[in-house]
Design a protein around this ligand. Sequence first.
Ligand SMILES: *Cc1c(COP(=O)(O)O)cnc(C)c1O
Length: 507
Amino acid sequence: MDAAEFRRRGREMVDFVADYLENIEQRPVYPDLEPGYLRSLIPTEAPLEPENYEDIIKDVERVIMPGVTHWHSPYFFAYFPAASSYPAMLADMLCGAIGCIGFSWAASPACTELETVMLDWLGKMLQLPEHFIAGTHGHGGGVIQGTASEATLMSLLAARCKAIRRVHASIPENSEADILSKLVAYTSEQAHSSVERAALIGGVMMRKVPTDNSYAVRGDMLKKIVEEDKAAGLIPFYFCATLGTTPSCAFDHITELGPLCNEENMWMHIDAAYAGSAFICPEFRPLLNGVEFADSFNFNPHKWLLVNFDCSAMWVKKRADIIGAFKMEPLYLKHENQESGRHWQIPLGRRFRSLKMWFVFRLYGLKGLQAHIRKQVDLAKEFESLVRADKRFEICAEVIMGLVCFRLKGSNELNQNLLKRITESREIHLVPCQLSGRFVLRFAICARSTESRHIQQAWRHITQLTFELLQEQWPIRIIIFYHKSYLINLINLYSVLCTDGQYYPKL
Ligand SMILES: *Cc1c(COP(=O)(O)O)cnc(C)c1O
């Protein structure tokens, strides 16, 4: 493909993308396929001779689209949102064109510098404490990680390194291996699985802290476990708080937890992967109070701030903590201007991801971004009031942001059946969660294009499926109701037979 053809195909691709997104709600949101569907649709080996562009594009509809879960359909309400906006997609094209691997300042100064400044812009939008902002006199700063999982892992590894050094300095006869075996990390029982995984990868113990009845961790709960562990000779060193848990969007009480962590020399990391974006709105910012106690803070603009995947923003209070833990300096990477994101992450290579932030922040402005968050929260509230108005249903957790947890009053099985029908209908898509042992449906406002009419339609659909489900159960209910005494007699007879040794059934 030469530049002339690239120009033509590029324009066609932009049209293809715009058509796809404009008409996405006509597609079934969830695919109807068996696993392994794709292999039979394409050759078993890569082509020897070059193929035609047209043939490839045709295959996108034939091979790919039937197997796509359409995350940007306004009828997609599963998981949490995956951010998407046109400015971010355009910036990503430019990122591909520049195609630098920004592992050091010299490897592409704009890549390193824009990232630092964008994290400052974003940090100021969130009103983060000064010490997190690189362009001030603080010792902190921000960096883009690929995912929240990586940010959590990096914070845990940095905390581990710091704890080992601290304990070793005070009791030099303790070997690093001894110390490592006594380190213990904590997180909420409601925390994302990636937190537990970070502890597994980091080779440290992790204990789950129970939550209160709104699914949040409180200071006294953590304090109790920490005291127990210290009494048992362990070394508490890390706590990962969650602001906006994945099951129900609960908020750990960081104003209580932060001071405790500081007193105990425990690193506090905050995982606000989803909810973090909302802190750009003054009305949600109080939920971030207590961040001043944190050693590191992370959220995903690629979830709710219109910057396409991947873009996870992480700030640390002391750059030295994280750089000190992982710095490697072979000669070929040395340069007198050493500030670089590679010391903050596991891979060496880094994409020019800050371009996406720059385009999105400038084209939406803070006000446009706030409007996006507020609109989606309003849509969640709209759905919540529809659920509350129907006596067959209940709301299972306070609706604070764009997530509604609800269920049919009744058994877990009933709710599992409802979800199965919803999934099989392919008209809307949701996923469940478990709260206090109950099977709960999560309804998250996801796509940028979701409007009130989609919420109303989704609710009509859910109530229709509920009606069918309950209707089918009626015959069983009637049988049980009218034949209750008969059934009880039968059970009595059976137990009489059972107690009489002679008739004991051979099972
Ligand atoms: C989505 C989510 C994650 C995982 O995010 P990745 O960027 O995919 O690693 C972690 N924590 C919470 C609270 C989340 O909601």
